[in-house]
Design a protein around this ligand. Structure first.
Ligand code: FAD
Ligand code: NAD
Length: 475
């Protein structure tokens, strides 16, 4: 065997949430593992995704607090925003988290880290920097990148994606956003709050993957804050130069133009399957990513795919979940089956929106006989105390009160989604949520009140009333 060939037990390609999870845990069990990363350790989430976006959202939320303070008897002011300092805050947060994902940390854990572009050269060999790695098993965790659609003129017009947006040190004067999904909406509100005018052009329904009862809460607030949302509007052409961009938009056969200073493209993701030599390794893939079964195995039985590149839901916690799951076959030869239908997601607009399990529409479309039960933030004492009364919790309920799905739009919805995810993943019934003591006053009481309301009709049932009347006779 040539000198430039190594033989780790496991070779992981991509050091994002999925790849890092596999590499760290394999090393912890004393298994020789090589991790290859071509760009920054930590992947999209740390460098171009969740972390910078949530840090920017936090800056926007702080600015908004000054504007809305008078509700509490504290004089509102127009905040002075130093966007260069906001940029420094965002990158400071990345810098604080980066050591957890660094080459040094992973080498310290016993992982052989290689910085370079990995490519399969045959079914059990990957080449990187002129070296060859022949491993017993491979895990492809190469993630995704922004999809830039083939709209006329877009290629030649300056535009931002999530990979460049967080480099701005000056607030855009008027940010145009193509795409009203989670990236578009989170970034629309954050930039609006930090001083930009913002127009979102969405080809279909904004936040269209979520329950319309919940998205209505979020969209109402965004519009009240001045985000202009052009829904069901297709961008047919883009033109302009740095600082002066024009979108030609079509809706219901009518054309109009939208002008702004900057353009963000946020219309979904493209799996990183190119230049990986997948054909040489006999690994099947299509436009949505590498083809895997519920065991995350590819068409090459030595190779698994996890996270965004595996074509399923694209969230950091999903990549981490995949990474944890594949350790079972990798290390213990145990079978696995992914359970994506119980996967929660949260959109970090303000108010936030969380969902776990199917929405009402999804459950009905799948042919399930479901009921729904909701409770409003308006009726919660903590929400009243904090003037956070917009929102609701909504349960999708199956037979005998089983919680099939649950969603929440409102203040701290992300935190509340943990409780809802526990309920759905454990197959709980609404009676389980009714039957525990929730501390007062908390927003999570809203979930409990919704559950209680499901059983409210019991109080007027003749049989229940007769039983109470009978028992009262005994003093
Ligand atoms: C703006 C934005 C906000 C987001 N916010 C959230 C959020 O709040 N919550 C949430 O759960 N998710 C969020 N996401 C989604 C989340 O970032 C992704 O789902 C997650 O990063 C996927 O992890 P991964 O490990 O699959 O891939 P990645 O994190 O993309 O990592 C893949 C790595 O592989 C490397 N790589 C690719 N090809 C090669 C190769 N040939 N050789 C070597 N290395 C290679 C890449 O450089 C990259 O570092 C957000 C995404 C964006 C864009
Ligand atoms: N909070 C979170 O967890 C979070 C935040 C951001 C991103 N993400 C992840 O990143 C993924 C990508 O986010 P995204 O918002 O880019 O994608 P998305 O696919 O979720 O939403 C894209 C939106 O763009 C619209 N669209 C597509 N083509 C268009 C066109 N030509 N003109 C106008 N609108 C068009 C779609 O109708 C859709 O509403 C998400 O699906 C999610 O998995 C998660």
């Amino acid at each position: 065997m040539a000198d430039d060939t190594t033989n780790p037990d496991i070779c992981v390609i991509g050091a994002g949430s999925g790849g890092l999870t596999v590499a760290a845990a394999s090393a912890a069990f004393g298994v020789p593992v090589t991790l290859i990363e071509r760009d920054r350790m930590g992947g999209d989430c740390l460098n171009y995704g969740c972390v910078p976006s949530k840090a920017l959202i936090a800056a926007g939320k702080t600015a908004e607090m000054f504007r809305r303070a008078d509700r509490f008897g504290v004089r509102s002011t127009q905040p002075q925003i130093d966007f260069a300092a906001v940029h420094a805050h965002v990158h400071g947060v990345i810098g604080k988290i980066a050591p957890n994902d660094s080459v040094e940390r992973f080498e310290g854990l016993g992982v052989d880290v290689i910085k370079g572009d990995a490519r399969f050269v045959d079914p059990d060999t990957v080449a990187v920097n002129g070296k060859r790695i022949k491993a017993r098993r491979f895990v492809v965790a190469t993630g995704s990148r922004p999809f830039v659609p083939p709209i006329e003129g877009l290629k030649d017009t300056p535009h931002l994606t999530n990979e460049t947006l967080f480099d701005l040190t000056r607030c855009p004067e008027h940010l145009l956003i193509i795409g009203g999904g989670p990236i578009g909406m989170e970034m629309a509100q954050a930039h609006r709050r930090l001083g930009a005018r913002v127009t979102v052009v969405e080809g279909a329904t904004p936040l269209g993957k979520d329950d319309p009862d919940l998205t209505a809460v979020v969209l109402k607030r965004l519009e009240a804050e001045g985000v202009v949302i052009e829904a069901n509007a297709k961008v047919v052409a883009v033109s302009g130069i740095e600082g002066a961009i024009t979108l030609r938009v079509e809706r219901d056969g009518r054309r109009f133009e939208v002008r702004g200073s900057h353009l963000l493209v946020a219309v979904g993701r493209q799996a990183n399957v190119d230049d990986l030599g997948l054909e040489a390794a006999g690994i099947a893939y299509d436009r949505s990513g590498i083809t895997v079964g519920r065991d995350l195995r590819t068409s090459n039985r030595r190779v698994y795919a996890v996270g965004d590149v595996a074509g399923g839901p694209q969230f950091t916690h999903v990549a981490g979940y995949h990474g944890g799951l594949v350790l079972r076959p990798l290390l213990f030869r145990l079978p696995i089956r992914t359970k994506h239908d119980e996967m929660p997601h949260v959109t970090y607009t303000d108010p936030e929106l969380g969902q776990v399990g199917p929405t009402e529409a999804e459950a009905r479309a799948a042919g399930h006989d479901v009921a729904t039960v909701s409770w409003s933030y308006e009726d919660n004492d903590r929400a009243q105390a904090e003037h956070e009364t917009e929102g609701l919790v909504k349960f999708v309920v199956g037979k005998r009160g089983r919680i099939v799905g649950a969603g929440v739009a409102g203040a701290k919805a992300g935190e509340m989604t943990n409780l809802l995810a526990l309920a759905v993943s454990q197959g709980m019934k609404l009676s389980d949520l009714q039957g525990f003591v929730s501390p007062y006053p908390t927003l999570s009481e809203i979930a409990k009140r919704a559950a209680t309301s499901y059983y409210a009709s019991y109080t007027s049932k003749p049989v229940v009333r007769s039983a109470i009347a009978f028992l009262r006779r005994f003093g």
